[in-house]
Structure formats: structure tokens, C-alpha cells
Ligand binder design. Sequence first.
Ligand SMILES: [Zn+2]
Length: 307
Amino acid sequence: MIQPIKTCTLTILTLLFFFQSAYASVVKDEQSIVHEMKLESMGKRILIVVPHPDDETLATGGLIQRALQSGKKVRLLMLTNGDGFRLAAANLSGTPSPRPEHYKLLGEQRQTELLRATAKLGLSKNQVRFLGFPDAGLHLLWREYWNEDTKLCSRTGHTECPYDISVAAKAPYTGQQLVKLMVAEISRFRPTDVFYPDTEDSHNDHWAAGAFTRYVLRKHKHKVQEWSYLVHYPDWPHSQTCGSASVLPVPGKDRMWSTNWHSLRLSETEVSVKALALDEHRSQMQIMPDFLRSFIRTNELYKKIEC
Ligand SMILES: [Zn+2]
């Protein structure tokens, strides 16, 4: 006869075995949806569409280094100068209520920071194209300020691009104008692969940047490989204290869970250079260093977009 205590132990062991098996299955499932990213499967011309200075380093700092080392041509298309970030403008101006000129100064500073960061990654100035459209306004251009006769007023107080360093000086802030400029840049560069923010990103400028890019690629039938990247998503990256030795995990267990993620494994040198580039974004590192550093990992994640 089996004693009750032994029956109980047996039950616990059985349950433990069941949960361990279930856990192992989940981990396997998680790993199985992440493919190893190989640059050999890409073409030779890579365009990266970037909403704000710092996103290029956070999401593609390793990719840029690897692509350049592989002999590919890389170009960044900077949609905004990050000139609408109130906290950063307040920090720069020393006043809690920054004025329009402070926002423009911030935009100019972030252009400088971006060029320093991308130089660390291996890019020259002429590989970076600034459009100078309004930060915190891309979703408004998409939804409300589409037509040429309805210009958006940026936090800099301008309704046209006011920056000297720009391929679009005096360009009016409308959705149609942004599309025209993006079409011109894509036609000129003729990319084989385009990276852009995922339309599921929770930041308004990011999903809107993704929406504009997809619209341009579809409308003008550019035949390219498309990849998306994520910067803002609830509770992700999971831990901001994991450090540079940890893996960037696939976000969430909802709709993002089942998508076609690819992981680019970075070398120790690539991780170190990425961290150095990130340090150049000083106006941002002063405000949210933990969040930014949480992207310094041993890999980067990209979603392959099936057209
Ligand atoms: Zn951003």
C-alpha cells in the first residue's frame, strides 16, 4: 500500500515535471520565431528611416556597423531633429516653460549629436539626410495636416523647415510634402533594403514614420526588402538593468509574439561602439539614461515585412 505522504510527493513530482515541460515548450516556441539575421540575404543599399536622433543608434547601431563592414552603402533619412521634446528643451534652456526658439536650439543641438554619434558608427555627413520635419507632429501630418493648404505649426514656431542643415529648407509642414521628399530621397538612393519604425510602436512619431514609409513604398511600387524595428512598446525592453551582456528579447506575448522576428547578433566590439555612439546623444542621456542604455545588448531585433 502506498502511504499518503508518498502519494502526495508523487503528485508534486508529476506536477513539477508537467510545468517544466510546459515551460521548456514556451521557451522553444519563443526561440523558434526568432530567426538569425544574415546580411548576405540583403542587397547592397540600405536605407534607414529614423524619426528622431538617437533612434538610429538604439535600433540600428549594430546593423549600421555590420553593413558598412560588409561593403554595403548605408543612408539615414532623418525625419525630424527631435525638436519637440519639452523636457530636453527645458533642460537646455534652464526654464520649465521653453519658448519656440529653445525648441529650435534643441533641434540644432540634436543634429550635432546625431552627426557625432553616426561618425562613431562609421557614417560620414553625406550619408545622413535631414528633412527637419516637426518632432511630436508626424502623426498629426498623417491624420490632420495632409494637404498643402493646411500647414502644421511646430513647437519651434515654424510652419516650414527652418534648419540650415536640411535637404528640405523651407519645406512646408504637410503630409503631402513629407511624402514628396521621401519619394525623392528613395528614388535618388535606390535602396535594396529599407528599415523603418514598426507601425505597432506606441510612440506617435514612430508609428507615423512607419506609416509614411509604407505608404511611399506601396504607392510608388518600390521593390525593396522591408524591415521594421521597435523602440517604444509597453514594458519593453523588459529590464533596464540587464546590461550589455544580455539579449534583447522579443516584445510582448500578444500580437507581437507571432511575428517574423530576426535577430542580429553583435560582436563585443560592435556593442562597445554602439554604447559610445549612444553617449554622444548627450541631451537625451541626461534625461533618460536607463531607458536608452537598455538597448545596449548583444543583439538587435528586426521584423521582416511580408509585402
Ligand atoms: Zn524616437
